[in-house]
Ligand binder design. Sequence first.
Ligand code: KIV
Ligand code: NA
Length: 269
Amino acid sequence: DQRRATPPDIRARKGGAPLVVLTAYTTPMARLVDRHCDIVLVGDSVGMVLHGLPSTLGVTMEMMILHGQAVARGLAQALMVIDMPFASYEEGPKQAFRNAARLIAETGAAAVKLEGGAHMAETVAFLTARGIPVMGHVGLTPQAVNQLGGYRVQGRGADADRIRRDAAAVAAAGAFSVVLEKVPDALAREITQALEVPTIGIGASADCDGQVLVVDDMLGMFTEFRPKFVRRYAELGADADRAIAEYAADVRARRFPAPEHVFAMETPA
Ligand code: KIV
Ligand code: NA
């Protein structure tokens, strides 16, 4: 019988077999992801993927808690990490602790993830010193989309040093792992060699210590746009579209329900 993975377990996987990470936002998806992954991330991508928001900026603590509770019910083995939503931690360490503690206490997640590098190091140190494991997230940080001017690759050319310093700062502050999003392959490899904690890449490098994708992206369920870094392992959106079209045609032609779907007046003997 398998024990739940912990942040120290994940930390200890540095340089070993790649860590497998996917997002989940619901109980049934959490059950599936739990069977195969080391970490399940309740990402604030839930706002775009399930709620139709134009960015992650409108995601609230209440949304994260509701989805976190749903995911927790589906997990037996994987480590559960939950994103801190925009504006729940940036004011300072105390605001961050208060909201991180709520996410942990109300969902059962073992760790939080927050976006930002050097400027978030003090907050990461404050949380980790008080019993809340933190996963860092540097490179493209979607909650800063307006400041960054879009979802472009981060850390090309002279900008590389900023990402190096950001990753080093959150790791030194006590993060047990760091997500590297949309940074050049060579830079992600270099940061992975430099850090003592695992890096988890998304649009980064196959040489990161682990990989993460948004589950609806890799299943072909979320098709509003398709980042270059996504590999589609299924086309569930297209399959659902076909199924719904077939159902509609069957209802309109009175082919559904069929005799086996309806009830006789007499109780069967
Ligand atoms: O919100 C999210 O899904 C994420 C991952 C893509 C890293 O932050
Ligand atoms: Na996120």
